[in-house]
Every structure is written in C-alpha cells, then in structure tokens.
Design a protein around this ligand. Structure first.
Ligand code: NAG
Ligand code: NAG
Length: 440
C-alpha cells in the first residue's frame, strides 16, 4: 500500500505543482490500531475525533473501548488514548460501538452504544469535566428503554439550544429531545422513515438545512446516504448517496463537520494492512457543498485532506502526533500520558508540513526511555523515510521503560517546510515528545 500511496502522491505532484504533495494527507488517518465510527467535534479551535476501536486479530466485531485523537491542521493527529471503555459502565459487557460527544455548560457528554450484562443493545452516557476524559457513567443505566444503537447528538441553536438525539438499527430511525440535564428526555420517542436506513445516523446543520446522514444497504457493503429537512425534527426528504459501497469493510459510518473554513467527511474502511470488516480504519475526505446545499458524491482516497497550516517544531510536540506511521503503537503511562512504544528496527513516524523557518534548526531534544539492554538510534529525516538525515539521536538505557530522559542532538539541513520522519534503528525503547531549537 505504500507503493500505491507514493505513486498517487507523485501523480498529484505532476498535476498540481511540486510543492503540493507534502500538503496531501494519508488515509487511513490512524495506523497504530484499528479505528471505527468517527465522531468529530470542534472545541477550543481544535478538531477532536472520537472513534471506536476494533481489537487487532478479531474474527468478529470485538470492541472494548473508545479512542480519541485531535488535530489543528487536518493531517497530523495527536493520540489521546482511551477516554472511555466498557469498564466505565458496570452494567455493560460488550460492543463498544458508535458514539458521539457533545459539550453542555462546561461538561462533556458521551453517548455510546453498548450491550447490557442482561443482553440487548443500549445507549450509555459518559460524562467528564474535560473533553479528553476520563469519562464516568452519568446515569448508571441505559438512557432508553427500547434499546437502540448509534446515537448522534446535535444542539439546535435556533430552537432554544435543544439537543436532539437520533439512533437506530435495521428499522426506522428514532429521535428524542434531551432535557438540559442531558441524561433524560422530554416527550415521547419519534419515528423517522428514511429510505434504506440501516444504522449510523449523523445529524448536522448548514445554512437553513438540516442533514441526516446514515449507513444504508448499498451494493454489497454499506453505502452512505442522506436526507434533508427544514427542521431537526424532520420530516426528512431523501437527498441521495454521498459514498457508494467501496472498500473491503461491510460497514461504513459517516461523521461530517466544518473546521477552519473546510468541510470534512469522515468514514471508515478496511484499508490498513490486515484490514477488513472486523479491522476497520477511519479516513477523511475534504469536500465542498454544491451551490444548492447538496453534498457531492465522494470517493474513498488514500490522500485524504490537505494540510491547513504548518506544524511548529519549536514547541513541545507529543511523539504520538502522527500523519502516518509504520510498525509502532502507543500506550498510556500510569499518569495517563501517552507515548510511542513497540518500536522495532525500520519503524517510522511521519509528521507532515513541519516549518523549520528560513534560519532552520540547530538541535532537537527528544524524550526517550529504555529498559536495561534496550538501545538504538532515532534518525530524523526530511522528505521521506529514506530522505536526508538531519539528526541522529542515540538512545541508551535510562534504567526503565518509562524512566524518561531528554537527549539533545545537533541538527543540520533542516530549513523551511518539510515532511519530518522519525526512523527508528534498534528498538524496545519508548518515545514521549520532541522539540527543535532554532539556529541563532
Ligand atoms: C485550549 O487549547 C489550548 C492550546 O492547546 C490549551 O492550552 C488550553 O488548555 C485549552 N483549553 C481548554 C479549556 O481545553
Ligand atoms: C477563513 O476564511 C476567512 C474569510 O475568507 C478568512 O479571513 C480566514 O483567514 C480563513 N481562515 C482559515 C483558518 O483559513
């Protein structure tokens, strides 16, 4: 798949000019594990992406926790670990399926699908004072008495800030209006008839139109269709297909959001190595609404969205800030901090569009930890994983796998905007953060 990605980028370079390939991103956007059911939300000028998580090697749906990532440039994604899991809900035992977070009065509410200990699907609600969690059980039981999966939540600012929740599975879709406490609802459950609705509703608004996007029976695998309305409560008018059946995952699931002037369509497929129906990965495409407000037909690509702004290397950057990676994964330390681990010979991390400035960098600090006997070298390269080496940082034992030490290494040849690659020699050491220092 790397060969394919490179040749696509090379073709784009020929067409669009040589500076543009580095502005293209790589799908799927997370490579350290399998992610599903994207639910983006913009908060504090950052795009936060809540996802599900397919266990590696699963031969059926095996989902035990939810995951969180963030970006400010649409290509470099910071890993925040797992903000919520089945363990959060003592009354739930399986199926950490689709979920979405919404803020209300400084608290964050996380509406999620689970299967109860007693059997049957349910909507669980997590709550946290911070968007990154950890979330705790807000209600101690299911929200709805009739089960239901795939909740989507949306605040209607035109209607007293009422929060609407839609959900549904192989049936009509349903909706309720949540009370201000976010853990109960007013009135009764309304039923919606959406053409070929299966699951995964996503409710959003643009201009004076509301959009209900959903997973539907396509040609084999699920496709994504949508309906529109002049009210968040419907009635809904079928509006067409957004993404045809494509890729090698049976399900697909949409999340749509505007961020920094761009419109983005998140979905999942089986495009990572080893991927498929039970090992899915979240991807993103940028799109423009048609003049009449309709959404164009989108294709799954390996390029993804363009970079919005360059990354500043002269501030501390978490090592788990990744545009693309190979081989390694991430883990949470005792204090919840995330670091890069499972490093072995030849693994790499790509950070896209790093702006070193005209004067460039003099040195770089890397925070690493290595148990007795573990050692290696982090080679920093620009352009590609085989590109020019700008720094070589030796990693020796620090006395423990999470005993962090900062290593300072001289840098040569890092100027202007470049894709930065951390290529790992040796292995079994861990990597927490990095920061460049400017040339005088
Ligand atoms: C908002 O983002 C800034 C910059 O990343 C951060 O320093 C600040 O703590 C964030 N504020 C909240 C309320 O999350
Ligand atoms: C968004 O568009 C406005 C108006 O065209 C512009 O002033 C602003 O700089 C843009 N913001 C970003 C982040 O591109």
């Amino acid at each position: 798949m790397f060969g394919t990605t490179k040749s696509v980028l090379a073709a784009a370079g020929l067409l669009l000019g040589s500076h543009l390939p580095s502005a293209l991103a790589d799908n799927p956007i997370i490579q350290t594990l399998y992610t599903t059911d994207p639910a983006p939300v913009v908060y504090n000028d950052t795009l936060w992406l809540f996802t599900g998580h397919d266990e590696t090697g699963a031969s059926n749906y095996d989902m035990r926790d939810w995951r969180l990532y963030s970006t400010t440039d649409m290509v470099n994604w910071r890993d925040w670990g797992s903000p919520m899991s089945l363990k959060t809900f003592s009354w739930a035992k399986a199926d950490a399926w689709a979920a979405q977070v919404i803020e209300q009065d400084g608290k964050f509410y996380y509406y999620a699908t689970v299967t109860k200990n007693s059997g049957g699907y349910a909507v669980a609600i997590g709550v946290s004072d911070t968007i990154e969690g950890p979330y705790t059980d807000a209600l101690g039981k299911e929200l709805l008495s009739n089960g239901g999966i795939d909740p989507t939540v949306f605040r209607d600012e035109n209607d007293g800030n009422k929060v609407y929740m839609y959900w549904g599975h192989n049936s009509p879709a349903y909706h309720i209006v949540l009370n201000d406490d976010m853990i109960s609802y007013e009135g009764s459950i309304a039923q919606e008839n959406l053409q070929n609705f299966v699951e995964g509703p996503w409710l959003h608004k643009r201009g004076d139109k509301w959009y209900l996007t959903y997973s539907s029976f396509g040609n084999g695998n699920e496709d994504i269709k949508y309906a529109t309305s002049t009210s968040p409560a419907g009635p809904w008018t079928f509006a067409g297909q957004i993404m045809a059946s494509q890729g090698n995952s049976f399900t697909n699931h949409a999340g749509i959001i505007d961020y920094k002037n761009g419109s983005y369509f998140f979905y999942h497929n089986g495009a990572l190595p080893g991927g498929g129906t039970y090992s899915r990965s979240v991807c993103v495409e940028e799109f423009e609404y048609n003049a009449d407000g309709s959404i164009p037909l989108l294709k799954m690509t390996s390029e993804g969205a363009a970079q919005i702004e360059p990354l500043n290397p002269y501030q501390r950057v978490e090592a788990e800030t990744i545009a693309f990676s190979s081989g390694l994964t991430t883990a949470a330390a005792g204090d919840g901090g995330i670091y890069v681990t499972s490093i072995s010979q030849g693994d790499y991390i790509k950070v896209k569009g790093v702006d070193f400035g005209a004067d460039g960098a003099a040195s770089v600090d890397v925070s690493v930890a290595a148990a007795q006997g573990a050692s290696g070298t982090i080679e920093l390269r620009v352009g590609s994983q085989d590109g020019t080496v700008i720094a070589s940082c030796e990693v020796a034992s620090t006395g423990g796998a999470t005993t962090w030490e900062t290593v300072n290494c001289p840098v040569t040849g890092a100027t202007d905007q470049q894709d930065l690659f951390f290529t790992f020699q040796g292995g079994d050491y861990n990597f927490d953060w990095w920061q460049f220092n400017k040339a005088e």
